[in-house]
Design a protein around this ligand. Structure first.
Ligand code: NAI
Length: 332
């Protein structure tokens, strides 16, 4: 079967890691036609908008995109393209599988967990105002609809991937209404998935347990801000941002991307680690129903780390992006 996929190379190291990923995907033999679209700083200069309508239309048409990181100016300039895409495409679930890779040093072994983050509301709703000079207010929005669909997503994912447990992460002891509603929605959904165990954990206790016993966690479902913070923490458990894949998924389309940013400090030097985007592409293949190719890509990456000394600078090596990519293609 052939697939048409929107390709958003992005800023900074984005074009380098997307090139590497395309090369690996080409080696799988899966028939992919790429539809490249510019978003980010270059698009802002060329089209006057960092996320032109045509980018969104392309993803809507193809229902799937592979995306490099896109920089967001702090405190000025254009709105985050990532947030724009998530809103426009209603990509309500952020999926971050976090798993040890043998050969990458980390403090823990046996980590194999999945963070499911609600992507559309919570404290990220952008509803902020100054009440009076010197006092700012930021609104946390929690709706029954969004909480129920993210809970559905988490339990469906657990069932489809033979995961045993879903832990709901919350702070309903303090935010009794907002987090209380989120928790109640997850509880309701959980009743329809009797084969999946449900546990409840308060976010601060969860952070502590994650850095003591990460191997005890399976699927975790949580709101936007907790998910933002804890998924970064979890990336740190297995070797950092360079090796953790991700996806933003809605009912109509999905965008696959690494967790890391555009790394302006190393952009254009040919030293970026493409592992995270290659593993995101493996998730994408799985989503496309190309399960065998997906498994082959993941095991090729694992083989390179397990059996070779090819490492990019972020992991203490001196291999280039191209050398690492070649090693993965050879392993395939
Ligand atoms: P960053 O993830 O770009 O970089 C943090 C550190 O990690 C840097 O030292 C960088 O060199 C290193 N690093 C990141 N990815 C790497 C890779 N693949 N290989 C080797 N080293 C890597 O985070 P930072 O500096 O906070 O953000 C830079 C820009 O990226 C910002 O404008 C931010 O808004 C944007 N960003 C975009 C994301 C996206 O498009 N999904 C996600 C996170 C940040």
């Amino acid at each position: 079967m052939s697939h048409v996929i929107t390709l958003i190379p992005g800023d900074g190291i984005g074009p380098e890691v997307t090139d590497a990923t395309r090369e690996v995907l080409a080696a799988t033999g899966v028939d992919i036609t790429w539809e490249p679209r510019e978003a980010g700083a270059a698009a802002a200069e060329q089209h006057g908008h960092p996320c032109p309508d045509e980018v969104i239309a392309s993803v809507q048409r193809n229902r799937i995109a592979l995306k490099g990181p896109i920089g967001t100016p702090i405190g000025r300039g254009f709105r985050s393209v990532n947030v724009t895409l998530r809103k426009a495409l209603d990509l309500y679930a952020c999926l971050r599988p976090v798993k040890n890779i043998e050969g990458i040093a980390s403090r823990f072994s046996g980590v194999d967990l999945v963070i499911v983050r609600e992507n559309t509301e919570g404290l990220y709703s952008g509803l902020e105002h100054m009440v009076v000079p010197g006092v700012a207010e930021s609104l946390k929005i929690v709706s029954e609809r969004a909480s129920t669909r993210i809970a559905e997503f988490a339990f469906r994912y657990a069932r489809a991937n033979n995961r045993r447990r879903v832990s709901v992460v919350h702070k309903a002891n303090i935010m009794k209404l907002s987090d209380g509603l989120f928790l109640e929605c997850v509880r309701k959904v959980s009743r329809r998935y009797a084969e999946v165990e449900t546990s409840e954990v308060i976010v601060d206790a969860c952070a502590m347990q994650l850095v003591r016993f990460p191997e005890r966690f399976d699927v975790l479902v949580m709101d936007n801000l907790y998910g933002d913070i804890l998924s970064e923490l979890c990336a740190g458990l297995v070797g950092g941002l360079g090796v953790v894949p991700g996806a933003n998924i809605g009912d109509e389309c999905a965008v696959f991307e690494a967790v890391h940013g555009s790394a302006p400090d190393i952009a254009g030097k040919g030293v970026a680690n493409p592992t995270a985007l290659i593993l995101s592409a493996a998730l994408m293949l799985q989503y496309l129903g190309e399960r065998e190719a997906s498994a082959r890509v993941e095991s090729a990456v694992r083989k390179v780390y397990r059996e070779t000394t090819v490492r990019t600078g972020d992991l203490g090596g001196n291999s280039s992006t191209v050398e690492f990519t070649r090693a993965v293609v050879n392993a395939l």
